[in-house]
Ligand binder design. Structure first.
Ligand SMILES: Cc1cc2nc3c(=O)[nH]c(=O)nc-3n(C[C@H](O)[C@H](O)[C@H](O)COP(=O)(O)OP(=O)(O)OC[C@H]3O[C@@H](n4cnc5c(N)ncnc54)[C@H](O)[C@@H]3O)c2cc1C
Length: 350
């Protein structure tokens, strides 16, 4: 039976959960390292709302779905397999021999899918991205990714010089408010989300011609395909061409709960704690992309994924040597040889 027909029984070298920019890069690195790799993906990359990607070197203007399709084809060419589905839980599984005290048998992680199936892997890369919880303002969700934007580096050029609004959602919004002035001198900042503005901050914004509107936004008005205005609770209307705002970013990591991984408090919220290679506090689990780095754009997610894939492969390389050395020592013992003597015998017969 082939791997794709019998995922339940196969022990994979590596499983990657999430097939976006980070996951596909990790999968490519693992596939090219001759690791038997499975990608499990529910097919909802974060940027699916946008027609084109920008600030992605070599892919400027490429539709997000096209990048994913190319990434899948490339990984497939290196033997990576794909499975559509959603992971609901990951558990730390000691192999049966380990549970009975046997030495050297590899421990694995068990990955359970929504449909009830499960696979096991020696290494796991989590690249499941995040969910953008949007401010509940009428008109906003309809225009997310077209007239309502979150990242000036991704979409600022396309709306440069136009009438822009910043809808602040937290005190962190001041950063976005200042940033957007770089792309347009026709900028209104809806400041209710910043809390009270002190005089210094107000002067800073006004000094470069930024208009500050304290009245909370009631609605984002559009004409079907485009954003045309912002309406405040007090009934004031501001004509705009595009709105920038920040979502609350919720990582897709609840399915890892049983592993009790270490977490870190960040300015963006509570995220998994990883080292520079993406390794979590579990020695078999790496994480890359938006699931651990909410500010990562596509190129950053790709880089982190490639690094995590390589790091996972290297951990397996080390383990392969450790297991082989254990087997070697056991075999020598069986033959009544001292390890040094066994080594000489092996060297002489090779
Ligand atoms: C509207 C919008 C436009 C953007 N435009 C740009 C741009 O122009 N340029 C740019 O550089 N960046 C852009 N970004 C940012 C970009 O989306 C992210 O940097 C990128 O998607 C992060 O990649 P990732 O692989 O970490 O996550 P994702 O691309 O979100 O991929 C995660 C994958 O994991 C899957 N998944 C989640 N949970 C599970 C589970 N439990 N089981 C199985 N699979 C699961 C998801 O379905 C998804 O396919 C934009 C973001 C938004 C919101």
């Amino acid at each position: 039976m082939t791997n794709s027909q019998d995922h339940t029984r196969t022990l994979w070298d590596a499983v990657v959960i999430g097939g976006g920019a980070a996951g596909l890069s990790a999968a490519q690195a693992l596939g090219r390292s001759l690791r038997r790799t499975l990608v499990i993906d529910s097919g909802q990359p974060r940027n699916r709302f946008a027609a084109h990607m920008h600030n992605v070197l070599g892919h400027d203007g490429t539709p997000p779905a096209e990048l994913v399709a190319r990434g899948r084809a490339e990984a497939t060419a290196y033997g990576v397999e794909f499975r559509e589905g959603s992971v609901r839980a990951v558990r730390d599984e000691a192999a049966a021999e380990d549970a009975s005290g046997g030495a050297g048998s590899p421990r694995t992680v068990r990955i359970e899918l929504d449909g009830g199936e499960a696979v096991e892997a020696r290494a796991l890369v989590v690249a499941t991205g995040l969910r953008d919880a949007l401010p509940p303002i009428p008109g906003l969700a309809e225009h997310w990714g077209s007239g309502v934007l979150h990242c000036p580096y991704c979409h600022g050029w396309e709306v440069r010089g136009q009438r822009l609004a910043v809808l602040t959602t937290s005190p962190l919004g001041l950063h976005q408010a200042k940033l957007l002035r770089q792309w347009s001198d026709d900028l209104v900042v809806f400041s209710a989300g910043l809390g009270g503005l002190d005089a210094d901050t107000e002067r800073t914004l006004v000094s470069r011609g930024v208009v500050i509107e304290p009245d909370p936004v009631a609605e984002i008005v559009g004409d079907g395909s485009r954003v045309t205005a912002m309406r405040t609770e007090g009934g004031r209307e501001f004509a705009v061409d595009a709105v920038f705002t920040a979502s609350r970013m919720v990582p897709h990591d609840a399915f890892l709960g049983a592993l009790e991984l270490r977490r870190a408090d960040t300015p963006f919220g509570d995220f998994l704690d990883v080292d520079g290679t993406g390794r979590t506090s579990h020695p078999r689990v790496w994480a890359a992309g938006n699931v651990v780095a909410p500010a990562a754009t596509v190129p950053a997610a790709m880089g982190a994924g490639a690094l995590a894939g390589a790091a996972a492969n290297f951990a397996l390389v080390e383990e392969d040597f450790a297991l082989a050395a254990d087997d070697f020592a056991l075999a020598a013992q069986d033959r009544g040889l001292e390890p040094e003597r066994a080594q000489r015998v092996a060297g002489a017969s090779s």
